[in-house]
Design a binder for this molecule. Sequence first.
Ligand code: NOJ
Length: 431
Amino acid sequence: MVGVIITLIASVAFGREEIGTWVQHIRPTAVHKLLENISPEGTVAGTVVASPSRNHPDYFYHWIRDAGLVMDVVVSLYEKEKDPQTKQRLEKVIFDFLDLTKRQQQMPNLSGGVGEPKFLVDGTPYMGPWGRPQDDGPAIRAFVYAKLANIWINEGKEWLVRERLYDGTWYSVAKVDLEYVSHHWRNTCVDLWEEVRGHHFFTRMVQRRSLLEGAELARRMGDNAAADWYESQGHAMSAEIERHWDSHRGYIQTTLKWVDGIPYKRSGLDTGVILGVIHGQTKYPLFTETDGRVLATVHKIREAFKNIYVINHQGHRGVALGRYPEDRYTGYGDGEGNPWFLTTHAVAEVLYRAARGFERMGRIEVTTENLKFFQSLNMKDAWPGKIYSYDKNPHGFGTAVARMQQLADDYMAVSQFHMDDHGSMAEQMNR
Ligand code: NOJ
């Protein structure tokens, strides 16, 4: 309730309705375009193409990570859908994906496990040279199963969970991925941008989530020994993930223990970290959105990207963000890296979530870690130890929260400006 009131006051005071209205307006188009990339013509059912583009660049493949993140959205749509026919259509999409996954899990491939990152649209593994394995993919799939299982159980369809996701046999779709994650998270792998081998914050955050939520699924299905194992491995990951905080540089390092890959990624500052925060949350808090170390990273990212893209100097609202400052990938080959829609959205999302998190707590404490972030919001009295609280100084508290939301809106305004007239978003915007 407190949150609602503050949001209302803040929205009126800071003129925030405009981005909210726009988001409502484009939402159906976004959903439509997302679904268009699932099982398009010429592909085997359950395929999620990264893009309809087939030549410049050729993205007409099924990436396990991309597919998992898309299915995460589809499952959320499915859960909320009230219209029985649409719900059934979404269920079919989910079933197709599960059937394809089950087949792909058992196909021999060059990774020698379920960490194979990329499949052809006929369902078979890509056999050319590639950065493999990428162990975020099976982890993302696994937390999607856990979410889906909870939905089905709440709808009284536990039988469907047993039939489709988890019956305890080694070959049930959820168990294959959970076994893989729980036995491989100590190994290095290739990162979400497919360029560096090492230990990655994003990969580790989604692996941890999959294990902790997968453990609950296993327990609900009576597979207690497996549940204990997944849970112990999930908790064991937390200390390893903590090491990514670089107090010296003041941000979360994307990769530890670099093994090989592109040599020019020096800073370790990366929006992939923010995606890890978003997709890695569980009921056991770790690097949450309100964590000062996350906000410090958000701040450093903005500072780094503000100056490197021409489009950030043309007087438009907001700052467009890329993957990482040293990026050279253009989609076609090497050149000068560009801003991306999804990374700009990720930072917006983490800020919306942080604002909501603070609203729930009714309190913001300024620390040495988040200080620069709050100072950048023009909170002039921000200093370590300062507390903005809903009870004691509602004005200061409301202003801090509203400015975070405003900053998030500014990032969304970048997309509003750069998306095409039909609501399409390419992977990148020309810098
Ligand atoms: C390149 C991105 O870096 C990677 O994350 C993604 O999986 C592929 N494109 C396909 O969309």
